[in-house]
Design a protein around this ligand. Sequence first.
Ligand SMILES: Cc1cc2nc3c(=O)[nH]c(=O)nc-3n(C[C@H](O)[C@H](O)[C@H](O)COP(=O)(O)OP(=O)(O)OC[C@H]3O[C@@H](n4cnc5c(N)ncnc54)[C@H](O)[C@@H]3O)c2cc1C
Ligand code: FES
Length: 273
Amino acid sequence: MNNNYEILKIKNIIINTQTIKTFVFDWEMKREIPKPGQFMMVWNFNGGGDEKPMSISKIDLDNEEISITVKNVGEFTNNLHFLKIGDKLGIRGPYGNNFKLSGDNILAIGGGVGMAPLKSFVEHAKLKNKSVDVVIASITQCELLFEDDFKKLGVNVFTSTDDGSCGYKGFATNRTIDLLKNKTYDMAIVCGPEIMMKGIFNILEDNNINGQYSMERYMKCAIGICGQCCVDNTGWRVCMEGPIFSSEEIKQITEFGNYHRDGAGIKILNNNF
Ligand SMILES: Cc1cc2nc3c(=O)[nH]c(=O)nc-3n(C[C@H](O)[C@H](O)[C@H](O)COP(=O)(O)OP(=O)(O)OC[C@H]3O[C@@H](n4cnc5c(N)ncnc54)[C@H](O)[C@@H]3O)c2cc1C
Ligand code: FES
């Protein structure tokens, strides 16, 4: 773990959807090779000066590049979306644990920008000649993330949109139930809104499939010191023991799918509570 900032130039910017952009940086792999599922802390000293966690969406060993994929949801991410190629950001990391590959048949299920950490793992699994099916879920067609990238990798893509504008009409949960009627998998990786992940967790448990879930919690230090990202009942720090948790670990995290804490540590109940 390297806690020093690298001040890096934005090498390229890819516009993925109306609200999501990918930022590409040169990254010296000899410094530390990031693993799929890990995240970086991104310091935007150009605007606001804040620092926030972002998953690594691509690890390009050949070109020595990494990418982060950012959805514009608030002040920090909006400021990032205004940046241009050549602008600089402070990047520290990589942090956290990573997805573990096991077996030959893999299912990846992502909602919205939750596809970001899944993408680097799917690319890794394809390099190892694994068979991968991906469920990409979003509210509407224009927000489906990485559909073409996955198709180019030779992955089976199953889209689902809440409004039915592309692929299956419905949620990622319903799409997954349908998929599992005819197929099974050695492992699954999941990232998206926590209420979606909880639904997927129940489905995977019913089908005896081991899942790995990428959790988000409010982060400050990202190095296990401040305690901001601790989860009940285990005290696990999402920045250190996570952000990837296995099915067995998820069972012990009592707040999973129920509530999280804001930057002041105040409990925020999920909508359905
Ligand atoms: C491990 C991890 C990986 C992430 N990966 C990605 C990614 O690949 N792409 C992406 O677009 N987003 C990712 N996020 C979420 C991203 O950090 C927030 O969307 C961002 O911080 C929002 O900041 P804002 O000022 O734009 O919005 P705000 O209006 O401040 O917040 C919008 C939402 O983001 C959450 N958030 C705000 N600050 C933080 C923080 N310091 N730590 C965690 N969550 C915060 C808030 O709780 C709120 O739910 C990740 C979060 C974590 C914890
Ligand atoms: S963000 Fe400080 S302990 Fe995790």
